[in-house]
Design a protein around this ligand. Structure first.
Ligand code: NAD
Length: 339
């Protein structure tokens, strides 16, 4: 048996992780602590809630900065913490960095303080490839590459990684850091690039593309990331960092064109808008370390992953249409009207 505390499990990757872990790890139990910000959506796990994961799953509404609450959960018996909780959208961090510092930096520190001195097997910190900043052409970044974050989101995640390292060195906290590349798949909030393109294409609306659209991202299907993170939770070496990648490396405009092709909409829907400030041109990671350690990775090609993702959004308008009418619309209009 392995008892997990998953934070931010109502968000995109966290909810996919919980569903995947309950399906593939029959002896795991999971407590999901989530504050339900705009990005946390109980509908992401409605199927699990209703059947209660066979008694193996429980949701707790709360903030990772609420030390008394986190301590109560830890006192019930937790072997592994997996910290997904974060403010995760770069554009929003450019509009207002403060919530990013609160959750990503102070929130991570609060969790590290809460677990200090406890007999935990692992504290898995879900970091990002963005901490390294942009990779020059032909270069891939290893786990040893120095941090050069270029936006407030990436800087807050880099700060959290440093706090995790310091907790490992100072207090012996069994920290394991995973640094995945850009994820995509079901239940991703439509402010992010791939669901933005899919949902606007389905609505036959113009699709904003930053600048020349030649920014390169290494698109990782969320289920492959979940398998890698499960492995980190059960076998990651404390004190170590693991890059998690798909080695796809495709420019954004090409991704958008592939999606339009799948949805059956014309490329003329794409509209170039003023680029995001400090928009990193390219991310590329060397993920040899985790591939060698796990022996099997990844399972999804970009073609198959995009097809599955488009199919999911086509089949679930009841999931994304309500999101697009509320707080999301205000954000979209604020941000894109200036571009
Ligand atoms: N999405 C990606 O492509 C990607 C890539 C690399 C790394 N990551 C990292 O993976 C993690 C999850 O990303 P995501 O895309 O699923 O994010 P998300 O924005 O979809 O979900 C974040 C979740 O955290 C919760 N949350 C926020 N603040 C909280 C707090 N103070 N206390 C408790 N819960 C809180 C939200 O309610 C939400 O459910 C983040 O740490 C992110 O930095 C994401």
């Amino acid at each position: 048996m392995l008892r997990l505390l998953v934070t931010g499990g109502m968000g995109f990757i966290g909810s996919n992780f919980i569903r995947y872990a309950l399906r593939t790890r029959s002896v795991w139990t999971i407590v999901n602590l989530d504050k339900l910000t705009y990005a946390g959506n109980p509908a992401n796990l409605a199927d699990i809630q209703s059947c209660d994961g066979g008694g193996r799953y429980r949701f707790v509404l709360g903030d990772i900065q609420d030390s008394a609450l986190v301590t109560r959960i830890l006192d019930e018996g937790i072997d592994v913490v997996v910290n997904f909780a974060a403010e995760s959208h770069v554009d929003r961090s450019i509009m207002d960095p403060v919530p990013f510092l609160q959750t990503n930096v102070l929130g991570t520190q609060a969790l590290l303080d809460a677990v200090r001195g406890r007999s935990l097997e692992r504290f898995v910190q879900v970091s990002t490839d963005e901490v390294y900043g942009p990779a020059p052409a032909e270069i891939v970044f290893t786990e040893e590459t120095p941090f050069r974050p270029t936006n407030p989101y990436a800087a807050s995640k880099a700060a959290a990684d440093l706090l995790c390292f310091s907790s490992h060195k100072t207090y012996g906290t069994p920290v394991v850091i995973g640094r995945p590349t850009n994820n995509y798949g079901p239940c991703q909030y439509p402010e992010k690039f791939i669901p933005l393109v899919i949902t606007r294409a389905l609505e036959n609306e113009p699709i904003p593309i930053y600048g020349d659209g030649q920014q390169i991202r290494d698109w990782l299907y969320v289920e492959d990331n979940c398998e890698a993170l499960c492995w980190l939770a059960e076998a990651g070496q404390p004190g170590e960092v693991y890059n998690i990648a798909a080695r796809t490396g495709v420019p954004n405009r090409e991704v958008a064109e592939r999606i339009l092709n799948l949805v059956g909409r014309p490329v003329s829907l794409l509209r170039s808008v003023a680029d995001r400030p400090a928009h990193d041109r390219r991310y590329a990671l060397d993920d040899t370390k985790i591939r060698v350690a796990m022996g099997l990775f990844p399972a999804w090609t970009l073609d198959r992953g995009l097809e599955a993702t488009v199919q999911w959004y086509v089949a679930h308008p009841q999931w994304w249409r309500p999101i697009k009418s509320g707080e999301y619309r205000r954000f979209y209009e604020d941000w894109y009207s200036q571009r």
